[in-house]
Design a protein around this ligand. Structure first.
Ligand code: NDP
Length: 322
């Protein structure tokens, strides 16, 4: 089986590559990891060239314009246009080149901002507006689910969507301005430590709840679904969920404590700027559909994942994306 992986240089792409190398090294060469250097997926002719001399049986489509709160808020229209364009180019090329199976990436942050109840299941993806802050990214991702479903019903394709919660791990984008909460907080606190700053400030009360997923766990989930021929379509939320339906969520304050423990930064020097917004207090999604199918799937504890991520960032500080 030949599998094309777009977004091969990103957080998830690198985690997937490392996972395959550690567990399925005999199959690594069946996977072709590509980045924007191989083809700008915004340009259809470049996408077509990717497929020209290669026959792929499946795709793992990770490439996207991705970012934290501020990148989304400041570039809402571009996030919509770019992601719509990349996804349309890719899925059309897959169909034209008879790629029968694929894993396509959504995100829990594209679910409704004000759902009628928690936790949100896969069925509620389109049941209410996404948050204004990532309106463009969210609608483009929701359309990816729509287009996969239409190709499945019209042409009998097996295009499956996975929707992870907040990802973090080695190889993340640690940009303070454009990165997600975990990598950006790690980088900012590390700078405070290097500069011997006395205080580290966090926006909001720290009481908002969030779910987190270690990128190598997500890579494992992707491979699990890709090679499970009993799955032909649909959306799978990927997040830690216990057999009894309990969903671990963490307060921002707890995550900050884990980061400060890993960086050896005194918790007494962390203050919470309660004049600033907490954002949505809760946006719980359920991973029950996934865990019911794979009851033995194990998730890395958040504290352990953060410790490994912090160490990786410190060890690779000169070369990280920032
Ligand atoms: P990264 O930002 O780490 O990586 C993005 C990848 O996409 C890079 O390989 C980049 O290539 C590639 N890419 C971006 N634009 C283009 C383009 N025009 N042409 C070709 N390649 C392009 O993303 P993640 O690994 O974090 O995200 C992977 C997937 O997971 C995405 O679909 C994202 O929406 C989803 N997701 C991510 C979450 C997170 O917290 N990070 C949470 C939920 C979902 P290059 O390096 O060459 O620029």
């Amino acid at each position: 089986m030949r599998i094309l992986v777009t977004g091969g240089t990103g957080l998830v792409g690198k985690s997937l590559n490392e996972y395959l190398n550690s567990v399925f090294f005999q199959f690594v060469n069946n996977f072709k990891f590509v980045s924007s250097k191989d083809a700008n997926l915004l340009v259809k002719s470049e996408v077509d060239n990717l497929f020209k001399n290669n026959k792929y049986d499946a795709i793992i489509h990770l490439a996207a314009q991705v970012g934290g709160l501020y990148k989304n808020m400041n570039n809402n229209l571009d996030m919509y246009n770019d992601n719509m364009c990349i996804n349309k180019n890719i899925i059309e090329a897959c169909h034209e080149n008879n790629v029968k199976r694929g894993i396509f990436c959504l995100s829990s942050c594209v679910f409704p901002a004000h759902p009628s109840s928690f936790p949100m299941t896969e069925e509620t993806l389109h049941c209410g507006k996404p948050h204004e802050s990532n309106y463009g990214y969210a609608h483009a991702k929701r359309q990816l689910e729509v287009i996969c479903k239409l190709y499945n019903t019209s042409y009998n394709r097996n295009y499956i969507c996975v929707s992870p919660v907040n990802l973090y791990g080695s190889h993340d984008n640690f940009s303070i301005d454009d990165g997600h909460f975990v990598p950006s907080a790690i980088h900012r606190m590390y700078n405070s430590k290097l500069e011997n700053k006395r205080w580290f400030s966090v926006y909001g009360t720290g009481n908002a709840f969030r779910q987190f997923l270690y990128a190598p766990d997500f890579a494992r989930a992707i491979v699990t679904i890709l090679f499970d021929n009993s799955i032909k379509d649909g959306v799978f939320n990927i997040c830690e969920t216990k057999q009894d339906g309990t969903i671990p969520e963490y307060r921002i304050i707890d995550v900050i404590k884990m980061i400060s423990n890993s960086l050896d930064f005194s918790q007494e020097n962390i203050n919470y700027d309660i004049q600033k917004s907490d954002g949505v207090m809760k946006k719980t999604v359920s991973g029950k559909k996934f865990i019911d199918k794979y009851p033995d799937f194990e998730f890395t504890p958040l504290e352990e994942g953060i410790k490994t991520t912090v160490k990786w960032m410190v060890d690779n500080f000169d070369d990280i994306r920032k």
